[in-house]
Design a protein around this ligand. Structure first.
Ligand SMILES: NC(=O)c1ccc[n+]([C@@H]2O[C@H](COP(=O)([O-])OP(=O)(O)OC[C@H]3O[C@@H](n4cnc5c(N)ncnc54)[C@H](O)[C@@H]3O)[C@@H](O)[C@H]2O)c1
Length: 359
């Protein structure tokens, strides 16, 4: 008899009522991808595609389910008429990626007829999105010269920066970051622009990345300092996770020496409720990732909603007020900032669902 396998898809701990999960395979190009559509209640499920050499496909599935669910809450909190979705491609972006693979992926996106709309994420750049655009219109973050809004990561970085200022205002009574010590973990598309904003604001910035060339660029361009120790032990005011998720976990939280965690990475909390509580108990202010990293989504949404860059930046600046509101709800209701953001996001989705039923 076949051994019973747990946690396939429907009973996966991160499944959380996903509407659709699509496994894509194209042997000719080596494409292996998973598209997660968590919710289309507020609109089409929009979320970027991540390319990463996952050790095995169960980790890729875990990642895509958590990411697409997070997109539902991100869109809802940002007030966008979008659902939540995300895709992962199991491959190494530095060695495996080809135009043919990106086109094959685009054909899968196209087959979903607009239920899922893709964009950039880790390992996927604007140049790759061009190939996807050749075969489907269900793609955003397309280059400016092709009529799109371009790479969303500078706007994501701006939103995180605005969020950091709001967190500083709450924590220290002033949003002035001059002299504040910040560790930016991951100096990729988002991280490098965040370093620029922080440096311009007078912060002392440390950087860390698995690729030496990324660190060298941050040092050369912005006089950032390389940080070589374990990130959790960095004696900084602010830890800004801008690499991959789950860096806040049982091992790292007790070691943290910062006062604020605020970064772009999705799913920073390995176990969202338990670890949000652990951080709060340590007296550290956690800025919910899906709230402060919404700038990129707001920017790519401009391609659908037809607003301009200035409007995207204005909407992104609203992250400041939303974060302060969420912190205030958390304090009043004695819940974590993560829970407060989650409840606020769910409220809008549930209200919209009810209005659909009654209309
Ligand atoms: N690009 C966007 O607009 C956007 C929007 C919202 C959220 N995010 C999230 O922000 C994060 C960064 O996105 P990006 O577009 O800058 O990706 P990226 O691939 O350009 O950069 C990620 C960087 O992190 C580095 N990295 C990976 N593991 C690391 C580790 N253990 N320690 C240190 N560095 C490590 C990588 O080498 C890379 O340089 C991701 O979690 C992404 O999901 C991005």
């Amino acid at each position: 008899m076949q051994e019973k396998v747990h946690h396939l898809v429907f009973n996966h701990p991160s499944f959380d009522n996903h509407e659709q999960v699509v496994f894509c395979h194209d042997p000719d190009t080596g494409l292996k991808a998973i598209i997660g559509i968590h919710s289309t209640v507020l609109g089409p499920a929009l979320g970027g595609t991540r390319m990463w050499p996952y050790e095995d496909e169960s980790i890729a599935l875990w990642d895509v389910l958590r990411l697409s669910r997070g997109m539902s809450f991100k869109a809802s909190l940002a007030g966008l008429n979008l659902g939540g979705g995300k895709a992962v491609i199991i491959a190494d972006s530095r060695t495996d990626k080809t135009p043919e693979m990106m086109r094959a992926f685009g054909r899968y996106v196209n087959s979903l007829s607009g239920r899922y709309i893709t964009a950039e994420d880790v390992g996927i750049k604007e140049a790759d999105i061009r190939y996807v655009k050749e075969v489907t219109d269900y793609v955003t973050g397309i280059p400016l010269e092709m009529g799109g809004s371009g790479d969303p990561s500078p706007v994501t970085a701006y939103g995180v920066f605005v969020g950091i200022k709001a967190a500083a205002k709450h924590r220290w009574g002033s949003e002035n970051l001059a002299g504040r010590k910040v560790l930016v973990q991951g100096v990729g598309n988002v991280g490098i622009t965040l370093v620029e904003h922080l440096t311009n604001a007078g912060a002392e910035v440390w950087v860390q990345d698995v690729y030496a060339d990324r660190v060298e660029e941050a040092v050369a361009k912005y006089r950032a300092k390389p940080f070589n120790g374990h990130f959790a032990e960095a004696e900084v005011d602010i830890y800004a996770p801008c690499a991959l998720g789950a860096t806040l976990n049982d091992e790292t939280i007790p070691a943290l020496r910062c006062a604020i965690v605020a970064g772009a990475a999705n799913n920073q909390l390995a176990d969202e409720n338990r670890h949000a509580k652990m951080i709060e108990e340590r007296g550290i202010l956690y800025c919910p990732d899906f709230l402060i990293n919404a700038g990129g989504l707001i920017n790519v949404y401009s391609e659908i909603a037809k607003y301009d860059r200035q409007e995207a930046l204005r909407r992104t600046e609203n992250i400041y007020n939303t974060l302060l509101e969420v912190i205030s709800i958390a304090e009043q209701q004695h819940i974590t900032t993560h829970q407060a953001a989650y409840v606020k996001a769910q409220e809008r989705i549930q209200n919209h669902k009810k209005s659909l039923v009654h209309s």
